[in-house]
Design a protein around this ligand. Structure first.
Ligand code: SF4
Ligand code: SF4
Length: 187
């Protein structure tokens, strides 16, 4: 039976294709991406099926899946794809769209982590593990989570109490502010 894709599927598929710079229709569902994905065991919708949802224009299901948040961006799927589809970039594009549309409720703690990560980068110009984990633990109402591990890392000098100054931090913060303002996400 010939499957005819409707206008909606074309619009959504094209949007993701534009974001990743290649035509996602090239995927022929061989499943090699899923076979190599180290997180697939925890995904209710495996990576190749997410790609299929995009092809079919099933936007809500693609962006509402846990898969896009569980994806660790390791790019194994991308390197295995015989059609050179950048599956990892597609996952990224879906996350970006879900963020923009406020569809982040499905994995609240993961999306909180993403937001805090960006806030810490914006504040310090680099990752500050102590700040990041401290804020994350407080906002998830679990302030003492992993405190033993934290102490061990501090003792070994793997966790720093202070962050060395970053050259050009002010300019970097200005760039972030401009991008967020342009997207209508500024403070
Ligand atoms: S490996 Fe490539 S062609 Fe095969 S299912 Fe995954 S994205 Fe599609
Ligand atoms: S990038 Fe994401 S979807 Fe691809 S193999 Fe890694 S975890 Fe799986």
């Amino acid at each position: 039976m010939k499957i005819t894709l409707g206008d909606h599927s074309r619009v959504f598929g094209r949007k993701i294709s534009d974001m990743i710079g290649q035509n996602i229709d090239g995927c022929y569902q061989c499943g090699k991406c899923t076979a190599g994905c180290p997180i697939a065991y925890a995904m209710e919708v495996p990576p190749h099926e997410v790609i299929r949802l995009v092809q079919l224009g099933r936007e809500e299901e693609a962006m509402g899946s846990h898969t896009i948040w569980l994806c660790a961006s390791c790019e194994t799927c991308t390197s295995r794809c015989p059609k050179n589809i950048d599956v990892a970039a597609a996952m990224d594009a879906l996350r970006v769209l879900a963020f923009r549309q406020g569809q982040t409720g499905v994995e609240k703690e993961i999306t909180l982590f993403h937001k805090l990560f960006l806030k810490v980068i914006e504040r310090f110009g680099r990752v500050n593990d102590l700040q990041l984990m401290g804020r994350y633990n407080l906002l998830t109402l679990n302030p003492l989570k992993d405190w033993r591990l934290g102490l061990k890392l501090l003792a070994k000098g793997k966790l720093k109490l202070t962050t060395p100054p970053v050259k050009g931090l002010q300019e970097f913060q200005e760039i972030i502010k401009r991008v967020l303002t342009k997207r209508g996400e500024g403070a």
